[in-house]
Design a protein around this ligand. Structure first.
Ligand SMILES: [Zn+2]
Length: 253
């Protein structure tokens, strides 16, 4: 019994000696920068399959104006990735705006509203869709990049197969990296999983492609270096009022 107590005491000493430093080091590396996730900034057509993915431009303008008025400022996902990797301090009231899929409304409707407020954003494009109807043209991708927006990787095909081999997932990620670099001169450092789905192979492909930060569609705002390839975002539907959005973001920052 005495030996057991001695052993427990020794463990407690080790724990108390190790814990404060370990916890504080880890705490410094936990960020809560809200990363907003949008898809379409357009009126939902009557036959929309996923009407909740649409935020109409008037509503989006009101959301951005409310955040601007409340003193919020943007960085791109790439800037967030670099700051988290370096352990840099990120100012309060900093947030990230992301748009998935690269549909033309991002250029026509979202970009002018972002620019009105001096905001930057990250557009996750599906590279094989670029140039197709309803999606960005190559020129629009280039114009977005020239306007200071980040063009991020959303794979080449936007498919998810949980059984895809590593060489298949490598191709999905690498083809999109190559295309975006060809169009903009910048190789992406951030990624959004199609449908938010992850597989071990896809995560490994993302890592080996040099991606620093990758987003799912899970809800939340918490970034750490260890979880940087599986980060949540704040999904915004048409039901979020501008006032509510300011409250939601204020919860974290
Ligand atoms: Zn998508």
């Amino acid at each position: 019994m005495r030996n057991l107590i001695r052993a427990l005491l020794a463990l407690a000493c080790v724990a108390s000696a190790a814990t404060p430093a370990a916890v504080s080091a880890r705490d410094r590396r936990v960020y809560h920068v809200p990363v907003l996730m949008y898809h379409r900034i357009a009126r939902a057509p009557a036959d929309a399959v996923w009407p909740s993915l649409y935020v109409n431009p008037t509503k989006f303008a009101a959301q951005m104006a409310a955040l601007d008025n409340a003193g919020w400022e943007t960085i791109t996902a790439a800037q967030l990735a670099a700051a988290v990797a370096a352990g840099d301090t990120i100012p309060k009231k900093t947030f990230v705006i992301t748009f998935d899929d690269g549909t033309v409304d991002g250029y026509e409707n979202a970009l002018p509203i972002l620019q009105e407020h001096g905001f930057v954003a990250t557009f996750y494009v599906i590279t094989h869709k670029v140039g197709r109807e309803k999606y960005f043209s190559v020129e629009q991708v280039q114009a977005l990049a020239l306007a200071g927006m980040e063009i991020g990787n959303h794979t080449s095909l936007h498919v998810f197969d949980p059984l895809a081999t590593r060489s298949e997932t490598n191709a999905l990620v690498r083809d999109a990296q190559d295309a975006i670099e060809l169009w903009t001169g910048v190789r992406p450092t951030t990624f959004a999983y199609p449908y938010g789905y992850q597989s071990t192979n896809l995560i490994a492909s993302v890592r080996s492609a040099g991606i620093q930060m990758a987003f799912t569609t899970h809800w939340g705002a918490r970034e750490t270096p260890d979880s940087a390839l599986s980060l949540p975002r704040v999904r915004l539907g048409p039901w979020v009022t501008p006032e509510r959005l300011v409250e939601i973001l204020g919860y974290w920052r």
